[in-house]
Design a protein around this ligand. Structure first.
Ligand code: SAM
Length: 375
């Protein structure tokens, strides 16, 4: 069994734990921004392909105490690097450090790199390495003086699904959008509306989840080229993901935005994501979209920041308040950086969650509606 480390932004750990449970994993260790499981090497393909809310998937290759640079150097050198790297691998060393004696990331990085080269020199009997072959990201994670030496199996972050060609000014990360949907109790039988849909990320993620379209289906991962990974595992995971897609479900999703360009982008993204038939997009001001009071769900990532004057936001909040008055059975969820949101719309959220959109703190205001009546 191998140790696999999965990183995510703060606040999403429990969701990823649930995703891993659904994939059949037990004994899941959770800490801030990190989830640890045991799995066989070939599972790396399935995990990368399937997780909707995580950032990256790492393979742990060693861990040891490192309170001095000597300790770090000797232990990194002792790892059998030629098992993981060919003589031409383009390996890149990255470091992070938390509450540890060794904290200079640049030094941790360069000392580890020197140690890897020393180990390679012995096996390959040469001093210079071309780094002309596959990319291998090596991440040295130091926490409380324990160094964990890992290989990044993902490459570009898991939020990069491959369907977004272009986006609006303040796009939402796809993995955060997927988490917002997860936290909203959306399921394929309910109506979902985003009145500030921008490039359509929330609705696209909802539709792909409802259809069981694996988030990593349309992209490549770094592990595909690693010398120590079986070349077939990616293909097998892809075939399994394709077979699992639910083509029969009928979905009911609506997106609107005041910007025509945003609607154009959203439509294109939905086509790329294979869910264009599931979502209707219209160019419209939030206030003038008529919705039925039918136990549906609203999830929106609100406009915010310096680009907008205070008056614009006040007007938007007035419209949101109006929606609350007329839609008593709806569950409403709003993501914003505006910490005075509740005060401004004069409604206390059922729950407020602190989340991060690519490092920026945001709050998710959750207003739970009544449970839908069984028909
Ligand atoms: C933060 S962005 C949403 C980004 C989106 N979640 C995405 O992933 O691309 C906010 C959006 O609200 C839209 N907007 C601003 N005022 C609006 C209004 N009164 N009615 C509808 N949409 C509005 C903007 O055009 C912008 O696309």
């Amino acid at each position: 069994m191998e140790k696999i480390l999965i990183t995510c932004s703060f606040g999403l750990e429990a969701i990823i734990k649930r995703e891993l449970n659904d994939l059949g994993y037990e004994n899941i260790k959770v800490s801030d921004g990190m989830i640890e499981i045991e799995a066989i090497l070939s599972d790396i393909a399935k995990i990368n392909m399937s997780l909707r809310c995580a950032d990256r998937v790492y393979l742990l290759i060693d861990s040891f105490k490192a309170r001095t640079y000597d300790e770090l150097f000797e232990n990194v050198k002792a790892i059998p690097w030629p098992d993981f790297l060919s003589e031409d691998s383009n390996f890149l060393v990255n470091a992070r450090s938390f509450k540890s004696k060794l904290y200079s990331l640049r030094d941790i990085q360069s000392i580890s790199e020197k140690a890897i080269i020393e180990s390679m020199k012995k096996t390959y009997r040469k001093n210079i390495f071309s780094k002309s072959a596959e990319k291998v990201g090596i991440e040295i994670m130091l926490e409380r003086d324990i160094a964990r030496i890992t290989i990044d199996t993902t490459g570009p972050g898991l939020h990069k699904r491959g369907y977004r060609e272009d986006s609006v000014k303040a796009p939402l990360r796809e993995n955060l959008a997927a988490a917002l949907v997860d936290l909203s109790f959306y399921n394929k039988d309910r109506f979902l509306f985003d009145g500030f849909c921008g490039s359509g990320t929330i609705l696209i993620e909802a539709a792909r989840k409802a259809r069981n379209i694996a988030p990593g289906l349309d992209r490549d991962f770094d592990f595909q080229k690693f010398i120590f990974m079986d070349k077939d595992i990616y293909k097998k995971a892809k075939v399994a993901a394709l077979e699992a897609i639910d083509y029969d479900t009928k979905l009911n999703l609506l997106g609107s935005d005041i910007s025509g360009r945003a609607i154009e982008l959203a439509k294109n993204n939905a086509i790329n994501a294979g869910v264009e038939e599931d979502i209707s997009f219209i160019k419209r001001d939030f206030g003038s979209v008529a919705l039925k009071d039918d136990y549906g769900i609203i999830i929106s990532n609100l406009p915010y920041g310096l680009r907008l004057s205070k008056i614009d936001l006040d007007e938007i909040y007035r419209k949101i308040n109006h929606k609350f008055k007329n839609l008593e059975t709806r569950s409403q969820y709003y993501l914003t950086t505006d910490e005075s949101f509740e005060k401004k719309i004069k409604r206390r959220a059922s729950k407020k969650r602190k989340l991060y959109n690519g490092g920026e703190k945001v709050d998710y205001y959750q207003y739970f509606g009544p449970r839908p009546k069984k028909s």
